[in-house]
Design a binder for this molecule. Structure first.
Ligand code: ZN
Length: 129
């Protein structure tokens, strides 16, 4: 249940999303948002902003697959048609590349989604000031 009694102007959308992508608190931009690889802190250690209200669910995984797929599929096609590398080399490079890019993007996209939800007062964030 989200009421939209708060104005969204007080929480600018894209700076909040960007702070989240940098895995920082969307409110102050300096406190770390995550306490392990993917765990969101309950409150910011710097500004005490409540962060436990997020509902990122499987959104970060979905976005990660979407982005990695759209980068890797054309790249795989290009690498194959241009260089025809040894299949084992092609597989190794793309397996490591895909896993590496996914591991890089997943916590950052999670932060971005939490920042988005925070800025838009979604879910539990609607009770905040
Ligand atoms: Zn903070």
């Amino acid at each position: 249940m989200s009421d939209h009694t708060h104005s969204s102007a007080e929480r600018p959308l894209w700076p909040s999303v960007w702070r989240g992508f940098r895995r920082k608190c969307p409110n102050c931009g300096s406190g770390p948002m995550l306490k392990s690889y993917l765990k969101v802190r309950d409150t910011c250690t710097v500004c005490r902003e409540e962060l436990s209200h997020h509902r990122a669910d499987d959104g970060p995984a979905y976005l990660t697959i979407l982005i990695v797929g759209h980068i890797m599929a054309p790249a795989l096609h290009m690498a194959f048609t241009r260089w025809r590398p040894d299949p084992l080399v092609l597989f190794t490079v793309f397996a490591i590349g895909s896993v590496g890019l996914s591991l890089y993007l997943l916590p950052r996209l999670k932060g971005a989604i939490v920042g988005f939800q925070w800025a838009r007062h979604l879910h539990g964030f609607s009770q905040g000031t």
